[in-house]
Design a protein around this ligand. Structure first.
Ligand code: NAP
Ligand code: HSE
Length: 424
């Protein structure tokens, strides 16, 4: 069977190596050899593990080649990846992709085309790196009702937060490490700003709730404003800060959000460190299902791609149809962001003078927010300002938002620090 790869970067090269090193196993599973005919790149002269004679810069060498029945897309980004995938499906080619951006934005459209043309699109590698997650949520959960998803699905940001906490390293230094290890997106701001996590949550939630959740439906904050101070305060209070993807379905209403979250050390997600990802699925009948593994990195991702290639390859060679989607069936009813109900951590610098805490407590009280604890560290008289950390009981997002606006107008405020949501 002849296939082609769009993209010969970190993942494309790992896939090339894996397919060659797993030749025997692939032959046993497929019953015939798997041959990579062409690899699309931008620059023919870059040093890479793929011999030059296989490289092309012309997508039509692949998209219009009748010998190629399966295309693996690992270019990344929205365009031209989306157009190439669409063209491939229209040409009746099967597609395997690691591109969460394209699936999150155009999954419904691409599924329709695939169905019409009698082919399929598989994307196990798009969420959770090497973790067999899409198969679980798509097939094993198809007959159960997923009620909640709590997930760490970005390896780069989890690696950064872990290294900052464990080694007190600076943000940019750790990001550079994540890039060298091949974890980060071609544009790493997609990791840092939470966009990669948002794409992944859109895909997971669409399948979990059989609906169409698009990235703009998801409230998103990245880790760009998280400082080492917050990480250390969290530790002192018995929490860890993780970039969480959270979604819940209750009474037909769907809540979807991505933001840095303080989670207690007793939560299984708090011990997910480095490049590891974990996804906790809360289902009606199965109860809790926790999936854990390397969430990024060329080698685990290549494995997820290869498992899709083998499954799709079976369909091509033996006409064994794959499961069709259980997403995109019903329109979603989304919960309003301001009615989110959770706990909060607030950090702020104020003038070190009498009555300051009382002014802040008054605003919180007037907005129906109850304080669960307060920390104020002793500062030298010279500093004339004090850092206060407040943890609240559960309240509504609209209440905390209003309270913060009022606190920011207080003359005793020296500097706003941060707001982090707390979940258990
Ligand atoms: P990468 O190292 O930047 O590789 C991208 C490859 O695509 C490069 O070979 C590049 O060509 C080629 N390319 C990009 N735009 C092109 C265009 N317009 N025409 C032709 N070729 C083009 O990225 P990566 O880390 O391998 O990631 C690829 C995909 O896998 C992304 O969707 C990413 O989200 C996904 N993914 C990555 C990981 C991971 O751990 N890295 C894990 C899961 C999923 P040149 O080499 O010539 O520049
Ligand atoms: N940049 C992504 C991450 C790659 O760090 O999780 C895996 O999807």
């Amino acid at each position: 069977m002849k296939i082609a790869i769009l993209g010969g970067g970190q993942v494309g090269q790992a896939l090339w190596t894996t397919i060659h090193s797993e030749k025997e196993t692939i032959l046993n599973i497929l019953g015939e050899p798997l041959e990579i005919k062409r690899v699309l790149v931008r620059d023919l002269n870059k040093k890479r593990k793929i011999p030059k004679e296989y490289l092309t810069t012309d997508p039509n060498d692949i998209l219009l080649d009748p010998e190629i029945s399966l295309i693996v897309e690992v270019m990344g980004g929205e365009e031209p990846a989306h157009s190439y995938i669409k063209k491939a499906l229209e040409e009746k080619k099967f597609v395997v992709t690691a591109n969460k951006e394209v699936i999150a934005l155009y999954g419904d459209e691409l599924y329709k085309i695939a169905r019409k043309k009698g082919v399929d699109i598989a994307f196990e590698a798009s969420v959770g790196g090497g973790i067999p997650l899409i198969k679980t949520i798509k097939e094993a959960m198809a007959v159960d009702k997923v009620k909640e998803i709590w997930a760490i699905v970005n390896g780069t940001t989890n690696y950064i937060l872990t290294k900052m906490e464990e080694e007190y390293k600076g943000f940019s230094e750790v990001l550079r490490e994540a890039q060298i290890l091949g974890y980060a997106e071609p544009d790493p701001s997609k990791d840092i700003l939470g966009l990669d996590t948002r794409y992944k949550l859109a895909i997971l939630s669409s399948f979990a709730y059989h609906t169409t959740i698009k990235p703009p439906d998801i409230y998103t904050e990245g880790i760009d404003k998280i400082s080492l101070r917050d990480i250390l305060y969290a530790r002192e209070l018995g929490y860890k800060i993780k970039l969480l993807a959270i979604s819940k379905e209750e009474n037909g209403e769907i809540e979807v959000r991505v933001h840095p979250t303080m989670i207690p050390l007793s939560s299984p997600l708090s011990s997910v460190n480095g490049v590891y990802n974990a996804i906790l699925l809360r289902a009606e009948k199965r109860g809790d299902v926790l999936l854990y593994g390397e969430g990024a990195g060329p080698a685990p991702t290549a494995m997820a791609l290869l498992s899709d290639i083998l499954e799709v390859g079976h369909t091509i060679l033996y006409s064994i149809p794959r499961y069709y989607t259980f997403a995109y069936l019903y329109p979603p009813k989304l919960k309003e962001w301001e009615s989110i109900y959770t706990r909060y951590y607030l950090r702020l610098w104020v003038k070190d003078q009498p009555g300051v805490l009382a002014q802040i407590a008054k605003i919180l009280g007037e907005n129906h927010i109850s304080i669960s604890s307060v920390i104020q560290k002793e500062t030298s008289e010279k500093e004339e300002k004090a850092e206060i950390v407040i943890l609240t009981h559960k309240t509504y997002e609209k209440c905390i938002k209003k309270a913060i606006e009022e606190i920011k107008r207080l003359p005793i405020l020296e500097e706003w620090g941060s707001l982090i949501r707390i979940e258990v």
